[in-house]
Design a protein around this ligand. Structure first.
Ligand SMILES: *[C@@H]1O[C@H](CO)[C@@H](O)[C@H](O)[C@H]1NC(C)=O
Ligand SMILES: *[C@@H]1O[C@H](CO)[C@@H](O)[C@H](O)[C@H]1NC(C)=O
Ligand SMILES: *[C@@H]1O[C@H](CO)[C@@H](O)[C@H](O)[C@H]1NC(C)=O
Ligand SMILES: *[C@@H]1O[C@H](CO)[C@@H](O)[C@H](O)[C@H]1NC(C)=O
Ligand SMILES: *[C@@H]1O[C@H](CO)[C@@H](O)[C@H](O)[C@H]1NC(C)=O
Ligand SMILES: *[C@@H]1O[C@H](CO)[C@@H](O)[C@H](O)[C@H]1NC(C)=O
Ligand SMILES: *[C@@H]1O[C@H](CO)[C@@H](O)[C@H](O)[C@H]1NC(C)=O
Ligand SMILES: *[C@@H]1O[C@H](CO)[C@@H](O)[C@H](O)[C@H]1NC(C)=O
Ligand SMILES: *[C@@H]1O[C@H](CO)[C@@H](O)[C@H](O)[C@H]1NC(C)=O
Length: 535
């Protein structure tokens, strides 16, 4: 998983992968190829505009678009449910392993159900408009995406299977992260269509200033790595903020090899790539990102890792002293510079005509931001967070009683430059459009809330620290995966891939609980719908 441009890493994508890509055959692994053959693309005609009564969507559209999905019929038994996995803000292709060996497969097998991966409108190949201009993105809203899920359940025709539409078939939705919030809302808004839902790391509360993104790293990363990140950030802020009228900021940026970056907040943002990687860690080594570990290993190394930086030693010492910091930090600072060089600076090849450090790293990028074509898939989640979800990961929002892990120069104003440039959106997002569904307090019968103890997104879920304890029941399961990060219950491994601690006990327990309560929900379904009892 290649990290996106590090600017606003957290807010750019909940996923962190260059989203909505259709992998070309050069880069597709044999397993991915096999998945594509086993699960051919399926399509349903979907109304572009479900809400002709709502002026937000004017001018309205009466057209339909082709929305893509995939299904696994192998486990189906008459009377079984449809287990619908909402793909969220990426190409649904990325979710196909979940149909084969992840949670969709587990739940379908346990219940005699049909597993489905559902591609979110505008992502992958489910594109309703000719381009992603701001006007054409007006149909990219949470409400429309939820209505798609309801429409699908009422109209789908699975090739080779009997009529499995709602409400005569039970629909159980699963989603992780943004998709986790969607499935929680769909259960509440369309209770007659969706019989149950599992919201995994579901960010049910939209938050404009999401400085808490870095709280998981502060609380759970190795102590020394946290302390050094805080101390070096404090050093950098001392120079950029308290000494802004001196020559020190220029010298600092040059030392990082970023002397041509005009804006200090852009410089500060370019340093945040490493600490932003915690969410991409996973218990399965084949999808784990080791980048967070590399970052901490660089920072905490007692010796200089990057020998060609030795010549910067006097300058590093001099700047530390000028900012009133102990020169004992010199090696850590040089290793930090080396890390930023290896993962960011060196990736910006300024010998290419037209390429400058500003064009690589600045939040403002009017030329790129003006492009509306459908190759600009970065516009999609960006539009969603600019208009409804927020989640701008700032340093400025951190309470003054604690040291931030990213610079205080990273403000809401800076993180929302793209909203103004790309979409002419200068107002804060309409978080009420999301939070009206219950936010942290969302609860509903047969709605399960599953989160990860160490997930950077936990503060946007009902497991946020400081909320009243909830009792977990079969009807409203409430599960925190100990040691877990971002929707760790979603992926799975085949029997032969299992090993000691693989998956970890807390993940196995969560997945087993999910199987058990979904089975119980299906018993309830059969009781309530007597006619299904004898199927
Ligand atoms: C539009 O209609 C839907 C139901 O069809 C309703 O839930 C919604 O509140 C209406 N919206 C407006 C803006 O009137
Ligand atoms: C959509 O259909 C309705 C009813 O047939 C019609 O009144 C309206 O003008 C149509 N809108 C568009 C944009 O075609
Ligand atoms: C499937 O069943 C529903 C409800 O019984 C019905 O309205 C719909 O027309 C059926 N679909 C097909 C393709 O037969
Ligand atoms: C920085 O800017 C100068 C002057 O425009 C240019 O010569 C140099 O190549 C640039 N360096 C980098 C790394 O962008
Ligand atoms: C995943 O990567 C992290 C470092 O980012 C490392 O600490 C962890 O051991 C790795 N986990 C697995 C299962 O490979
Ligand atoms: C430092 O970070 C780089 C970039 O991620 C990585 O390749 C390298 O292995 C790290 N070095 C150490 C000693 O961890
Ligand atoms: C920065 O990284 C590049 C690519 O890894 C390397 O060639 C270069 O020497 C590094 N620069 C410094 C100053 O270490
Ligand atoms: C940088 O770009 C130039 C011009 O396109 C190219 O010749 C060179 O190989 C590139 N350098 C790297 C390290 O990719
Ligand atoms: C940007 O939005 C403002 C108010 O929201 C509007 O007055 C202005 O015309 C818009 N500009 C463009 C280029 O769309």
């Amino acid at each position: 998983m290649a990290p996106l441009r590090v600017v606003a890493a957290a807010a750019l994508s909940l996923l962190g992968i260059a989203s909505a890509q259709e992998l070309d055959s050069e880069t597709v692994s044999p397993y991915d190829k096999w998945l594509r053959e086993r699960y051919p693309d399926r399509w349903i005609d979907m109304p572009i505009d479900h809400f002709h009564n709502d002026t937000t969507y004017e001018p309205h559209s009466n057209d339909t678009f082709r929305l893509r999905y995939w299904f696994e019929p192998a486990y189906y038994k008459p009377g079984g449910p449809v287990i619908l996995l909402q793909g969220g803000e990426t190409s649904g292709v990325d979710r196909l392993p979940l149909l084969h060996k992840g949670i969709a497969a587990m739940l379908a097998e346990a219940t005699g159900g049909v597993g489905v991966v559902f591609e979110h409108r505008y992502y992958g190949k489910s594109i309703p408009t000719e381009d992603f201009s701001t006007e054409n993105l007006r149909f990219l809203s949470t409400d429309q995406a939820l209505a798609d899920m309801a429409y699908f359940a009422k109209h789908v025709e699975f090739e080779g299977l009997p009529n499995l539409t709602a409400p005569d078939t039970a629909y159980i939705a699963f989603g992780g992260s943004y998709a986790g919030a969607l499935v929680a809302f769909v259960r509440k808004l369309y209770p007659d269509v969706y019989w149950g839902a599992i919201s995994s790391s579901g960010v049910t509360a939209a938050i404009w200033d999401y400085w808490e993104y870095f709280e998981a790293a502060r609380l759970f990363a190795p102590k020394e790595c946290v302390l050094l990140t805080q101390t070096l950030t404090h050093f950098i802020d001392t120079i950029l903020i308290s000494k802004s009228s001196t020559d020190l900021p220029r010298r600092l940026k040059s030392m990082f090899g970023l002397g041509n970056l005009s804006n200090d907040a852009d410089f500060a943002s370019t340093l945040t790539g490493g600490i932003s990687q915690l969410q991409y860690t996973n218990w399965d080594p084949s999808i784990n990102s080791t980048e967070f570990g590399h970052y901490c290993a660089n920072l905490t190394s007692p010796t200089l890792i990057h020998p060609n930086l030795a010549s910067l030693h006097p300058e590093a010492q001099s700047l530390l002293a000028a900012a009133g910091h102990p020169t004992a930090l010199t090696t850590s600072l040089l290793n930090y510079i080396g890390y930023v060089n290896a993962t960011a600076v060196s990736g910006c090849n300024t010998t290419i005509p037209g390429r400058t450090q500003d064009s690589c790293f600045a939040a403002s990028n009017p030329d790129v931001h003006a492009r509306p074509d459908t190759a600009q898939t970065w516009r999609l989640w960006t539009y969603q967070y600019c208009t409804e979800w927020g989640y701008l990961a700032t340093g400025a929002g951190v309470p003054s009683t604690q040291l931030p892990l990213v610079s205080r120069l990273i403000t809401l104003d800076h993180q929302s430059i793209v909203c103004r440039e790309a979409f002419n959106v200068s107002a804060p997002p309409n978080v009420d459009a999301i939070n009206k569904h219950g936010g942290f307090g969302i609860s509903y019968p047969r709605l399960a809330i599953v989160d990860g103890e160490r997930d950077p997104w936990k503060p946007a879920t009902p497991h946020r620290l400081g909320l009243a304890e909830r009792k977990s029941t079969v009807d409203e399961p409430f599960i925190l995966i100990e040691g877990g990060v971002h929707h760790w219950d979603e992926n799975g491994v085949l029997e032969g891939e299992r090993g000691p601690g693989m998956p970890p006990g807390s993940v196995v327990a969560a997945q087993e609980a999910e199987v058990e309560f979904v089975k119980a929900w299906m018993e309830e379904w059969k009781t309530e719908r007597g006619r299904h009892g004898d199927l």
